[in-house]
Each structure stands twice: as structure tokens, then as C-alpha cells.
Design a protein around this ligand. Sequence first.
Ligand SMILES: NC(=O)c1ccc[n+]([C@@H]2O[C@H](COP(=O)([O-])OP(=O)(O)OC[C@H]3O[C@@H](n4cnc5c(N)ncnc54)[C@H](O)[C@@H]3O)[C@@H](O)[C@H]2O)c1
Length: 257
Amino acid sequence: MAGRLAGKVALITGIGAGMGVTAATVFAAEGAKVAGCDLDEAGAARTVETVRAAGGEITAMGGVDLGDPAQARAWVDAAVAAYDGIDVLYNNASTQRFGALDELRVEDWDFTMRNELDLVYYTVRAAWLHLKRHGGGSIINVGSIAALRGVEFMPQNAHSAAKGGVIALTLQLVVEGGPYGIRANVISPGLIETPNTAPLLADPPERLRRLVLDRIPLARHGRPEDVVNAAVFLASDESSWISGSNIVIDGGGSVLG
Ligand SMILES: NC(=O)c1ccc[n+]([C@@H]2O[C@H](COP(=O)([O-])OP(=O)(O)OC[C@H]3O[C@@H](n4cnc5c(N)ncnc54)[C@H](O)[C@@H]3O)[C@@H](O)[C@H]2O)c1
């Protein structure tokens, strides 16, 4: 398949729902061979069907819990073997729990760290030797604007801290990976419309509308393509001298004081 990612092998996590579906679809349409995974087996299978129906190349493993280092490694090894290589690792998957500081339980904090930060470390760790052997590649980690400022409308302390960890980890990957041709970048989305957030956005509580949605200079909320298009760029050779960037995709909202 021709395209901006022609011939590239892209490992994408969390392809079973939300932006991961768009990521798998757009990457395959741009010519990548996609090796995906998700905890949700049925969701992963649906995405495989969608991508193949559109003529794309994809293989996926369902029922993979990336918060378990052994499962993360098993998926990465199988994904690399499937297409005999790796050019891109796109860490999209995450789950989190929200709660005010004095209400969030320690197990909610631990759950969030495991499913937003640890899983990124585990997949990178599993892919590292493959990337080195391959002569380099592009790691794309999904952060969030939650890591960049506090907000009044959501008690996101664990989520912010975990995504802050993703950004900090990425900076170190830049330095340790550079000599091997490994690039690492972050994409930090604002509020994006996905099946999960669509009901909220269709009928936003007054506070969310006032504090967030009315304060987006580009005057609309985000779409999965807004995020995935940046990932295509970071996965492609067009960004071959870009490492350590954090692309904020929020319609300009986070620059407002
Ligand atoms: N939607 C937004 O507004 C928004 C904003 C900022 C950042 N983000 C980030 O973008 C990324 C995608 O978000 P989304 O809204 O599409 O999420 P989503 O919840 O719709 O989909 C996430 C997918 O990841 C999978 N997943 C979660 N934990 C996993 C695990 N331990 N092992 C394997 N798979 C797992 C889920 O099963 C799900 O299919 C996430 O990293 C999220 O934090 C989203």
C-alpha cells in the first residue's frame, strides 16, 4: 500500500475503542502494517475487521493486559514476529480513575499508575531491544493536557501525575534512545470526542461548558483524527529529526490563563 507510512510496522496499543480505532484505521490507510492489541478482545476483533474491510494490513491480539509486564512482552514479541520488525510503537492505551484527593482510594491511585504509566514503561521496555536491533524507530506516547495544568472541573490528581510520568519518561527515552536511532515524542490531547466522551459533549454540564468548551480558541472540541494525524507525522520519516517534542492538541485551549 502506498502512503506516508508505506512498509512501516506500527505497534499500536488500545485499538479496541476510541482513538485507538482511528489510529489503526488511519495508519493502515497510510500503508503501515499494524500490529495492535487491547484488553478488550471483542473491540480488537472489530477493529481488525474494519481495517481489513478497507484493504488495510493488520493483526491484533485481544485480551492483553499491558499492565502486566509479562503480557506486555508477550504481545510485543508476537507483534514484532508477525511482520518481522518494528518501526513504530504508539502507546495509546490507558484507563484511569478520578476522585478528589481525600476521596480517591490508594487502590484507585495504584490502578491509575498501573494502567496509564506502568503499561507504557512495560511496552517500551519490551520493544527496546527490538528497536535497537532494527536500527531505531519512533515511539509515540500519548500524554494529556491533564499533565500540564490543574483544572477546576475534574478531580484528576492520579491521572495528571501518571500522564506527567509519561512525559518525563519520554524525555529520558530521547536521551537513551538517540544513539540507536530511537526517537520518542509525546502527543498531549485536550478533550476529544470519542464514544466515551460523546454523551458528555452532547449535553455538557454547565461548569464543563463554561470552563472548557467555551474557552477553546479554535471553537470546537477535538476529534480522534486531530490526534492521529499528529501521530502519523511522528511515525513517518517526515519527523526524522524530531525527538523529545510534546505536541499539544487542544484547539489552543491550554494557552488561556
Ligand atoms: N478522550 C480524551 O478526551 C483524551 C484526552 C486526553 C488524553 N487522552 C488519552 O488518549 C488515549 C486514548 O484515549 P481514548 O479516549 O481513546 O480511550 P478509550 O478509553 O476510548 O480507549 C482506550 C483503550 O485502551 C484499552 N486499554 C486500557 N487499559 C489497557 C490495558 N491495561 N491493557 C490493554 N489495553 C488497555 C481499553 O480497553 C480501550 O480499548 C489515552 O491514553 C487517553 O488517556 C484522551
